[in-house]
Design a protein. Sequence first.
Length: 379
Amino acid sequence: MNIQTSPKTHVLLEENGLRIALSNAEMAYFNYYWLRDNCPTSFSSVTRERTFDIFHLNLPPQARAAQVENENLVITWADEDHVTRMPLTTLEAYANGTGRPDPADLPRKPWFGDHLTDVTRFTLDELMKDRTKRTAWLEAMIVEGISIVTQMPDTDAALTDLANLAGTVRPTFFGDYFDVRTHINPTNTAYTAAALELHTDVPAEEAAPGIQYLHMRANSVEGGLNLFGDGVAAANDFRAIDPEGFKLLSEINVPFYCEHDDYDMRSHQRVIELDQNGAVSGLTISQHMLDLIDLPQEVLDTYYPAFCRFGKLLQDDKYIMKFTLQATECIVFDNHRIVHGRAAYSATSGERYLRGTYTDRAEMRSTYRSLVAEGRFKS
């Protein structure tokens, strides 16, 4: 390997990259492609996008010289009329291959059936007018996955106004919005007065919507108790109780469907979802939309018992909040984490009307980041 010492101290030029002494006194290695591709001049401060295209280089990038000047690594490139000035702070941040710090990467806080009095609550008016309240609301959604917004007007626009605070309305094959009331010819169990088991919504979509909104417009019926549970809390316990069952449910995809006259939606999902660190991030589960499991029958000898053990655990009162959502309230929750359902109700005892919609979970995190951080390009 051809190793050169740069004219200035602290930098060693190698064949594919260079080594530089950073503040921790260790010689950190950086690849030339990475250094050239991420030169500060590669990005537009106006569009905030990369404007340099490394595919257009005729030769692999190679440093002719490099030295430290005024807290910057200054690189003169060998086969290109270009000089890179890379802040040492940037090098220190990426020396170990770690990702860019993410203010939305907040630890999840599991909760249990006694959580109702601690559910984060805001009025729609204060969320629309107060940036601090809006930030706190989105933080609660990231950390706990659930909140209740009160004093919602009895209008269609109110739900749109709320959803737009987190992102944009995310359509499903049911449309931009859905109305939950008793239908004469229902296309979904939710459109009846029957009990609705704990589930996550729209599991038959390839990527189910992330955040769900249920605005109670009227509720004067007998029964219909709302049920909400934290899938993270239940799955964490299941992992400790039944590690082999947890492994099956978090590694094997099973089929879900939603079918009627003009749609036939199908997908394969894992019941327990893990994030990039292996921590439980949520669930995809719905008994009324679970298709015929298409696994080898021998695999089902272990999968089905584990699936049933987890399903029974998930329904334990330890995990489930039970309450009546009142008219003018909207419950907002993470559809990839929170399971929800309802008890049966008497359709002739009064009126029960929910209007619902979804937004994207990633877009909610994007909105949160824009509220709490300046980003890389803001001067």
